[in-house]
Write a protein that binds this ligand. Sequence first.
Ligand SMILES: [Fe+2]
Length: 235
Amino acid sequence: MTIHDWQFDPPAEVLQSRLFAAGGYLVVRGLFDEQTLGDLRDEAEQTRAEAERMVVEESDGTEGRGGCPARAYRSGAGGELHWGLHGCEQMAETLAKVCGLRVAPTGSGTYSYYERTGDFLALHRDVLQCDVAVITSLTPCAMDRPAGELVVYPDLMREPLSTARAAGRAAGTSVPLDRGQTMILLGGIVPHEVAPACAGQERIVAINCYRAVTAAPFAPDPSEPETEAVLVERA
Ligand SMILES: [Fe+2]
């Protein structure tokens, strides 16, 4: 893939959405109540034993979406509760209201565990199946920001990823998510990463992906393998 393979050409519905107007991301609280947060955390703990460590030493040179960003964290499939909450019509309606954009859930969602010192996910845009990522933290945010937290690059959404890589983290915005806070992110447009976790930190997030429901699709890149399952962090 070359630098010329990235084109910023989202559909009109995305460009006109509240989510886009907000810089491509919103942080909300209260998407899930206290009881549900606890239940999600329980499900995440049950999943953890079968969850796999994802380790990639070096990012590939992807300029657009997907690809293979460097990473080190544990990733597990969301269970019944996760999908029940994220895949239902009520969630699609809530997201449409908050984002000003219709979305449809894809996949069954994941839990990501940043559980070791230095766990991270390098700069990327999400795969084609993930126009919008919904990322809810099940753990308190780190005191030592931006350690272990999402860093987004809304000012560089029109640029190839190499521009953001060259600009470095100072060009991004650190967005710590406290327990119960949810980021709704145009992850297919806004470059983002998870900064390395600090010692003693544990960050667990529930993530689900959505396609934007638009008359014209997000311009798909046929060179992207559909099977690449790197998510948001997957944020
Ligand atoms: Fe992502």
